[in-house]
Design a protein around this ligand. Structure first.
Ligand SMILES: [Zn+2]
Length: 122
């Protein structure tokens, strides 16, 4: 994330933050997720699924050839960043997952279109 161009990073963070700003309930749920160190590979939900949909619908990747290293169906459909908790070197991090290559519109990883689906990309 920190390697991304500032404008792209800002846009992704703004979309992500909007889900939590002025919504104490959502923020509290995210804090619980972080505190419990839920691992998406263990519980199969991304932050959006867990917090915004108020349920624990497992992520689905049928639109991305079942590639679970790409953004989940729900984030893809709603044009949101797919953010999950991952564990690395013993610490828990928020990780941003890229769109499946079919939805990137040829963008490179430094472009917003690599991470959030454009309106005109089916
Ligand atoms: Zn997702």
């Amino acid at each position: 994330m920190s390697d991304l161009p500032p404008a792209v990073r800002r846009t992704i963070m703004t979309i992500f933050d909007n889900a939590f700003r002025n919504k104490k309930e959502n923020l509290a749920k995210l804090e619980i997720m972080l505190r419990n160190h839920l691992n998406p590979l263990e519980n199969g939900v991304c932050v959006r699924n867990q917090v915004l949909d108020c349920n624990k619908v497992p992520m689905s990747f049928t639109k991305s050839g079942n590639d679970d290293q790409s953004a989940c169906n729900a984030c893809l459909n709603r044009r949101r960043p797919c953010v999950r908790l991952i564990r690395r070197n013993g610490a828990v991090h928020l990780a941003l997952y890229p769109l499946h290559v079919d939805y990137r519109a040829g963008a490179s990883w430094k472009d917003l279109d690599f991470w959030i689906r454009r309106d005109d990309v089916a």
